[in-house]
Write a protein that binds this ligand. Structure first.
Ligand code: VGL
Length: 190
């Protein structure tokens, strides 16, 4: 059984948003178009609290208890318009999963928060529904899609990333690094 995992198609990751991904809104219609071909559609939302890092500048790298963390501009704050799905996204999904809602623990992967051990619960949902194949689309290729795809492959799912339906931030060569890491983890890049 094959699930489509639609990562973070939220206003803040689209042009005009707080952490806009170039062309982030251009993949929405293509994602809607492929939804009917899957046994399940799962949407995710970054769902943050306002940050509390006085004296720091966005894009600084700070040391957290779980390791280095890029200090992103505040984005996808719970309940704001920036955290809402892009208006054209078809949201008649099986599941909407929120992540990154703990203070001082950021989140890229839809399976684990950035400490790499706090689970979101998605793994159990997938296995208990018999969803062993996973196609990923969404934002951003080099962060949330990348970490989610690698975790999925490590957890034993059969994973494909539709790069034509993803867009990247590409911070300091992060896109090329992500493509290498995903391929090494056994992810099929399409
Ligand atoms: C993301 C940077 C910060 C993403 C989320 O969705 O890829 N990137 N938070």
């Amino acid at each position: 059984m094959h699930a489509l995992l639609v990562i973070d198609i939220q206003n803040d990751f689209c042009p005009g948003g707080a952490l806009a991904v170039p062309g982030g809104d251009t993949i929405v219609d293509g994602i809607n178009t492929i939804m009917p071909g899957f046994n399940a559609v799962i949407l995710t939302q970054d769902w943050h609290l306002a940050s509390t890092h006085p004296g720091k500048t966005p894009y600084d790298i700070i040391d957290m208890s779980y390791g280095p963390q890029v200090l992103w501009p505040d984005h996808c704050i719970q309940g704001t318009d920036g955290a809402a799905f892009h208006a054209r996204l078809n949201t008649t999904a099986d599941l909407i999963l929120r992540k990154g809602f703990r203070s001082d623990l950021d989140s890229y992967s839809v399976f684990f928060e950035n400490d790499k051990k706090t689970p979101t619960g998605l793994e159990g949902y997938m296995w208990t529904r018999g969803l062993n194949q996973l196609t990923l689309v969404g934002l951003a290729t080099d962060f949330c899609v990348n970490y989610s795809a690698q975790d999925a492959a490590k957890l034993g799912f059969e994973v494909t990333v539709r790069q034509d339906l993803c867009r990247a931030i590409d911070l300091n060569g992060s896109l090329a690094a992500a493509q290498n890491d995903m391929a090494d983890a056994g992810v099929t890049l399409m």
